[in-house]
Structures are given as structure tokens and as C-alpha cells.
Design a protein around this ligand. Structure first.
Ligand code: AMP
Ligand code: MG
Length: 404
């Protein structure tokens, strides 16, 4: 059987996950989340003609030729407005105040001379000048925000303008996280001979949180069928499940077998990638189950490639893949074509160019290389040896080089 390629496997995953339902959240909590419904403007914005400047409301025709106009009213911001402006008069007005009926232009302070209760324009006055027209921004009923929009400060600003306190957004997935392995001990507890601390649990939780999900840490399951069955059954109550380790060829790698016994349908096992080949993807109903390999580097890299896009899609994001940038590789690297290779790289900007170096030993046992990596170069399966100067596509991970 030929293994799915990297792109095929990622597409299979994305084809099997869909946005979760909607919930109403307070405006500020909606930041970074995806609007689940179209939102139309409830009224006209602005609601009335108002002044765009501090100045004087006039009839443009009255103010030509430097004519002196008596000041008939004072309209600061927040004033409920005065009656109509009598012909041949002006009203002092501040930015945002309603333009009185009859007035059709604002003469800014900078273009006016006020004296003894009168004002004159020192420049020609154009009808309509510095007046913000009712509904020029949005008309009542006009589509303001489309379902699928990611909420950021501008969207919050408009929602607040229209007095919305709650917004319908797609739910965040609750993601059950299970580490598996007899060698694992929770961080903070002493490790005996042959034992190591479970780093994958909290690392996956961190990645889930960065991807907008809610991690549900289920701890460690021993390498035995009963322990796994109990924990996985619990895990399947979440919106998504991520396990680490126990999916390779070892004779205690029971994760897939136990999932199958729980009616979880395997969609693929093994992908033509390095590292991360034993990655498995399965479904129970609509619940995606990701079984990631146990080496902490492989766990994080496969999370990045398969789980993160799926979690973003479940939150309603349309763009779920990190943008890649082109960098120029600065080393010679021997490589057999075959699998897609995720290379941890260090990046540096020099002028217009982005330069990439291997971040260190690429063995999956070496976490240090991951700590030093600014990005992941994706070397396509058909690519052979790399020489210095070869362009490579890189997913940027470092928040210093690309916003999160
Ligand atoms: P496995 O996939 O079970 O063969 O595990 C591969 C390697 O990853 C082994 O060296 C494990 O000890 C290690 N490993 C598995 N799970 C974890 C974990 N939760 N935290 C840290 N290392 C792990
Ligand atoms: Mg193991």
C-alpha cells in the first residue's frame, strides 16, 4: 500500500473536519474568533448628519465673499442639536455634533475669523464641506460583517458602535490530550530508573491553546489495553482527541488497536513524511482522533502539520495553513528524494532576502534543535541534495519573524 503524501494526508484531515456550532460570547472574548453569522447594520451610521471638524455650521451660500454672520447657537459634541439654522446666521459646532437643519457646510476654525459674536469665512465655502452625511458609513440593513470574518479590533469597534454586547462565534474545540507510555511520569514527580517526564502532554496542550482550542489534559495511560481503553473512552467525549506515542511498530503500541475496539474508524496510518511517519488519523462520528508519534519533536511537528489546521477549521477559519515564505538555504545538505522532509531551520533577514540554516542536529530525539528553530523548511519529496543557494519554502514559527 502506498502511503499518503504530506499534502494528501493534510487534505484528508481537512476534508473530515467542519466548523463547530456557534455560541454567543462577550465582545472582547470574541477577538481572534470567527463570526458564525452575517451581521447587518441595525441602523444608519452615522445616525444623522454631523460635523467632521471643529468650526462653524453655515449655509454655504450665505458665507461667500467673507460675509459676516451672527452666531446663533453653540453645538458642542453631545449636544442634542438646536433648531434649524436661521438664514444669514452661523452656529459654532464641534466635531461629531449634529449639523443643524438648514446648514450645509462647516467652516473649520482654521478657515474662519470670529469677532464680537460674528464669524466670517476667510476662504471660499463649498456646500457639503466637512459634513459627514447620515448613513454614509453604513445603511440600516446593509451587510456589515460576513460570517467567517475573524474578529479583530476593527470588527469590535463596529460591533460596539452598533451597541452589540455579544457576538455569535464558532465554538472552540475542547481537545482531549493523552500521553501514553510506561516510561512516563508527570512533570514535578521524581523519575526512577528508565523513566522520563511526560513533556508531550503539556506541549500538546500549549499547541492546542495557541491554535485556539481548549486543552483537556487526561494525563498518562500505561502501555496496556485496559488502561488505554478507559482513558480513550473518556477522551472521545471531547470535540477532538490527540494522543502521543504508542502508534509505531513496537509490540506494546496498542493505541490504534484500542481505538478500533472503541469503534473509531481509522482513516490513515503512516504518512510519507519525515519525521512523523507513524501519524494516524481516525474518526468517531465527527470527532477527529489524531495519534501522533511519541518523540517530542515528531509530536510537535505533526501537530503543527495536521492538528493545528484541523482545529482552526473547527473554529470556522477559512485560512488554516500557515503562510510559507521563500528562504535561501545556506548549506549543503545530502538528502534522498522520497518523503517530504520537515527541516528545523534558523532564519535571518538580510536586506530583502531571508536566509535559512539548519537549526542543528535533525534527529527526532534532539529537542534542542526545535528550541532554536525559527521555522520549518518543507523539502518536497522529489527534492534531492540541497546546495547553498537553493530556495526552500519555510513555515515561520518564530513570533519575532512573523506575527503569531
Ligand atoms: P513511541 O512512539 O511510544 O515509540 O515513543 C517514541 C519516543 O518518544 C520514546 O523515546 C518515548 O520515550 C518518547 N516519548 C513518548 N511519549 C512521550 C511523552 N509524553 N513525553 C516525552 N517523551 C515521550
Ligand atoms: Mg512507547
Amino acid at each position: 500500500m502506498t502511503l499518503p503524501t504530506f499534502e494528501e494526508a493534510r487534505k484528508i484531515v481537512l476534508d473530515h473536519v467542519a466548523p463547530l456550532g456557534a455560541e454567543q460570547v462577550p465582545l472582547l472574548d470574541a477577538v481572534g474568533r470567527v463570526l458564525a453569522e452575517d451581521v447587518a447594520s441595525p441602523s444608519d451610521f452615522p445616525a444623522w448628519d454631523n460635523s467632521a471638524m471643529d468650526g462653524y455650521a453655515v449655509r454655504a451660500a450665505d458665507a461667500q465673499g467673507g460675509a459676516r454672520l451672527p452666531l446663533a447657537a453653540y453645538l458642542p459634541a453631545g449636544s442634542a442639536g438646536a433648531g434649524p439654522l436661521a438664514p444669514g446666521t452661523a452656529a459654532k459646532i464641534l466635531t461629531g455634533a449634529p449639523v443643524p437643519e438648514g446648514a450645509d457646510a462647516i467652516v473649520p476654525f482654521e478657515e474662519a475669523e470670529e469677532q464680537d459674536g460674528t464669524v466670517r469665512a476667510v476662504a471660499p465655502v463649498r456646500a457639503g464641506a466637512h459634513v459627514r452625511r447620515r448613513a454614509e458609513d453604513l445603511r440600516a440593513g446593509e451587510l456589515a460583517l460576513q460570517a467567517g470574518t475573524v474578529i479583530g479590533p476593527p470588527q469590535v469597534s463596529w460591533l460596539a458602535t452598533s451597541s452589540r454586547l455579544f457576538v455569535p462565534v464558532h465554538r472552540r474545540p475542547r481537545v482531549a490530550i493523552l500521553s501514553t507510555g510506561d516510561e512516563l511520569v508527570p512533570p514535578g514527580e521524581p523519575v526512577g530508573p528508565g523513566k522520563i517526564h511526560d513533556s508531550n502532554g503539556v506541549a500538546v496542550a500549549a499547541a492546542v491553546r495557541q491554535a485556539g482550542g481548549e486543552p483537556v489534559l487526561l494525563g498518562i495511560a500505561r502501555d496496556d489495553r485496559e488502561a488505554l481503553r478507559e482513558r480513550l473512552a473518556e477522551a472521545l467525549r471531547a470535540d477532538a482527541v490527540v494522543t502521543s506515542a504508542g502508534v509505531s511498530m513496537g509490540d506494546r503500541d496498542y493505541v490504534r488497536e484500542v481505538l478500533a475496539a472503541l469503534d473509531v474508524r481509522q482513516i490513515f496510518w503512516k504518512v510519507d513524511i519525515k519525521p512523523g511517519r507513524p501519524t494516524a488519523f481516525a474518526l468517531r462520528g465527527a470527532t477527529p482522533v489524531f495519534s501522533l508519534p511519541g518523540n517530542p519533536v515528531s509530536t510537535l511537528l505533526t501537530f503543527e502539520q495536521f492538528v493545528r489546521p484541523a482545529l482552526l477549521r473547527m473554529q470556522g477559519r477559512r485560512e488554516v495553513l500557515r503562510p510559507t515564505v521563500r528562504a535561501v538555504f545556506q548549506e549543503d545538505l545530502r538528502r534522498k528524494p522520497g518523503r517530504t522532509h520537515f527541516l528545523r531551520v534558523r532564519l535571518e533577514r538580510r536586506g530583502d532576502a531571508l536566509l535559512a540554516w539548519s537549526a542543528g542536529n535533525q534527529d527526532t530525539g534532539i529537542l534542542k534543535t526545535m528550541l532554536r528553530a525559527d521555522g520549518i523548511a518543507i523539502l518536497p519529496s522529489d527534492l534531492g541534495d540541497l546546495s547553498s543557494g537553493t530556495p526552500v519554502e519555510v513555515q515561520i514559527l518564530s513570533p519575532d519573524l512573523a506575527p503569531a
